[in-house]
Design a protein around this ligand. Structure first.
Ligand code: ADP
Ligand code: MG
Length: 693
């Protein structure tokens, strides 16, 4: 499977280069896992009436009633009226006309094969394949269709030629060498052997075979995907001890009994318990906490940090932006009251003197909790005894950054990753299968659901009237725009133009403006003005998306909402509804929007649950597209599997892998050799597997 495709019949140096440059296909394995994107079905006949409303290639039985010729010489074209006695369809020919005029016979039974196209009111098939119908069942098959590029087409490497090359490769591979699963696993789930499955996917004889073959390939993709993440976790647990935090000490207890400003929600309690359990097992924790916006993650972060500090360790909390880091500092300082802990903030704009103090107090151990941006992962930042790391808003940090934090301590710290981007369960498993996952699936009590409405641009007056009313009641309003500068081609509202319009519409209101081009300090100042209610309206781009907390702001207007993804819309909406007042989110779109955009708007109007929304999102966009997931693309090497639909297979393979790991966690048994080989192969360069195998 790892041999070069130059050994395949039909692949000369030119095609070899072309396949490499256009599709990145170099080996048999890459060639054979270049799967068809669809199949043309020649296993059945449609009636002419059915064929006329199809957009696929069709096959029908019938006869020709009349043949008409138009034009002359090379411009001559032929139209044949084809019918099955019920409906008519035009067959059109531009080439080979002379021959066809002689050979096509009226009233003769034919099998028509081709793709119907609508021209005005008329449906016709251009250059169909016509064969004499000898009766009986269709003896055709499923014809695979492969994506090719313009360049490939120009060089004569179209779907059909590619299919031929793939067939040539299929003919010479070895069943035993191709197989990636041990026999017991094939039998256990009644799976097609690999070679048989490849055959069944590329040249299926019927749907049954295609389905069974597809199942085997999906099973394999998900199996090795999960094997990788699950064994990554096993490997880590074997290799690294974790700090033990057995003490629930004074700080935690004092805070809980004296300072906690509200009753924790059941979900918050549960997550704190899960973390506390991890912290005391002697195994390093890697836990992902998913909690919708406003679910109270900061409290969980703070209380679990207290446990680490109670046990004599230092903790740090890393946020993706300065605004967020400062906000965390502010709410933690407020929560901590007179608790005797030393907390500092470190960001890119921390002054040198303060920086020096922070470095020193980190190294001598007097600083308990450091809050900051990615400035925290700089090499200069050294802890005396780092035991616990909290990362807020996971999707902005990559795996590499997580790893960097680890190395700040000989025994790696426990890691808690908090994200407000709810990820559907199946996706979380494929992406973060190496992390334990906690979910804060409950909002603090008394929150009124945010009323969400979708308005078209043409209803501008109504929207403005509403803004007026809310501001008169003492509320504040966000207005968010997707773009900073006007794009020439596209007619989207830009922030500056929007700002001028708003200034015109609301002459006696104070307006803040925040966008990505401001310096962090200017941004902060504008945010603070709004937060302290010195301004009524905040005009902004998505920089306010993450985490900003202004309880008095109760209206979120999202302009050109069709430009935003669902999860972004949900995040933006989460900026309001943080106070006691009824909150509103108004999605403003152009009058003409696509069907998908309409579905997105309606989803927002109908649902407030981030998980539900993320499922719809996954459905509409497909897994590779989810915001923030792109960076993890290497983890999602799935070609046929669709994690939105193949959740059952995913659950099944996970169970099987856990069972294997229980009995043979080193994959040392001969019956698991094939699995071990594959794991080593997929982990090449990822981590040093030899440590455990
Ligand atoms: P997020 O999960 O979005 O980071 P926050 O931690 O910012 O949410 O919490 C949102 C708001 O809810 C804050 O004002 C916080 O004080 C409040 N809050 C958190 N937990 C509770 C609770 N159990 N009961 C009432 N209010 C809570
Ligand atoms: Mg938060």
């Amino acid at each position: 499977m790892e041999s070069s495709i130059k050994y395949v019949k039909g692949v000369g140096p030119k095609k070899q280069m072309l396949l490499k440059s256009e599709l990145n296909i170099n080996t048999f394995e890459e060639l054979l896992s270049y799967y068809p994107y669809k199949y043309i079905d020649r296993t059945k006949f449609l009636s002419v009436k059915e064929a006329k409303s199809s957009t696929e290639t069709v096959q029908c039985r019938g006869y020709i009633t009349q043949i008409k010729s138009e034009g002359a010489g090379p411009k001559e074209r032929l139209t044949a009226y084809f019918t099955d006695g019920e409906a008519f369809i035009d067959l059109v020919f531009f080439t080979g006309v002379k021959y066809l005029k002689q050979s096509l016979k009226l009233k003769e039974p034919y099998i028509l094969f081709g793709k119907p196209k609508q021209f005005g009111n008329n449906v016709s098939v251009v250059h169909p394949e016509l064969t004499v119908d000898k009766g009986g069942e269709p003896n055709g098959q499923l014809y695979p269709q492969y994506h090719t590029t313009e360049k490939m087409k120009k060089e004569g490497l179209q779907s059909k030629q590619l299919f031929q090359i793939i067939c040539n490769a299929l003919d010479i591979i070895d069943s035993e060498e191709t197989e990636t699963f041990p026999d017991w696993l094939l039998k256990y789930r009644n799976l097609y052997p690999k070679r048989y499955a490849l055959n069944g996917v590329h040249r299926p004889r019927n749907f049954e075979e295609l389905n069974a073959a597809t199942y085997r390939i999906k099973f394999e993709e998900l199996f090795f995907n999960q094997l990788k993440v699950i064994y990554l976790k096993i490997d880590r647990e074997q290799k690294y001890k974790g700090n033990k935090f057995p003490i629930v000490g004074d700080l935690f207890n004092q805070f809980y009994s004296q300072h906690i400003p509200f009753e924790l929600t059941g979900a918050q309690k549960r997550v704190i318990k899960e973390v506390r359990h991890n912290m005391n097992t002697g195994v390093q924790m890697n836990r992902l906490v998913q909690g919708d916006v406003g679910s109270g993650k900061t409290m969980v972060a703070f209380m679990t940090a207290l446990i680490a500090i109670d046990n004599g360790y230092q903790a740090c909390l890393m946020a993706p932006t300065e605004i967020l880091a400062s906000q965390h500092l502010a709410s933690i300082l407020e929560m901590k009251h007179d608790l005797n802990i030393h907390v500092r903030l470190l960001t890119g704009s921390t002054k040198i003197a303060a920086r020096r103090e922070i470095h020193e107090s980190l190294e001598d151990g007097t600083l308990d909790l450091l809050i900051g941006t990615h400035a925290l992962i700089e090499d200069k930042v050294k802890f005396q005894k780092l035991g616990f790391v909290i990362i807020d808003e996971q999707h902005r940090f990559g795996v590499a950054q997580r790893a960097k934090l680890w190395r700040k301590s000989i025994i790696p710290p426990h890691i808690l990753v908090m994200t407000a981007t709810p990820i559907p369960r199946t996706l979380a498993m494929t992406l973060y299968g190496d992390l334990d996952v906690s979910v804060i699936d409950e909002l603090p009590p008394g929150r009124k659901p945010i009323i969400t409405k979708h308005y078209f641009d043409s209803k501008r007056d109504k929207i403005n009237e509403f803004i007026h009313t809310e501001i008169s009641k003492g509320r504040q309003v966000y207005i968010v725009y997707p773009l900073i500068e006007e794009s020439e081609k596209m007619d989207f509202k830009n922030l500056e133009k929007g700002y001028e319009q708003i200034a015109d519409d609301f002459p006696d209101r104070k307006i803040s403006i925040v966008h990505g081009k401001l310096k962090p300090k200017e941004k902060e100042e504008e945010m603070m003005k709004f937060k302290n209610h010195h301004t009524d309206i905040m005009v902004a781009t998505t920089v306010i998306e993450v985490g900003v907390n202004v309880p008095n702001a109760s209206v979120m207007i999202i302009e050109s909402a069709e430009r935003f993804g669902l999860s972004q819309l949900h995040q933006l909406r989460g900026r309001v509804g943080r106070g006691a007042d009824q909150a509103y989110c108004i999605l403003v779109t152009g009058d003409k929007i696509s069907k998908v955009s309409k579905t997105r708007m309606q989803t927002m109007v109908d649902h407030s649950d981030g998980f539900k929304i993320s499922e719809v999102d996954l459905d509409l966009r497909g897994p590779g597209d989810i915001e923030g997931i792109q960076q993890s693309g290497d983890l999602l090497d799935l070609k046929l599997s669709d994690i939105t639909k193949d959740g059952d297979i995913l659950a099944d393979v996970r169970n099987i892998i856990f069972k294997i790991a229980e009995k043979d966690h080193k994959l040392a048994q001969p019956v698991n050799k094939k699995i071990l080989d594959m794991l080593i192969k997929i982990n090449k360069g990822l981590f040093n597997w030899s440590d455990i195998s």
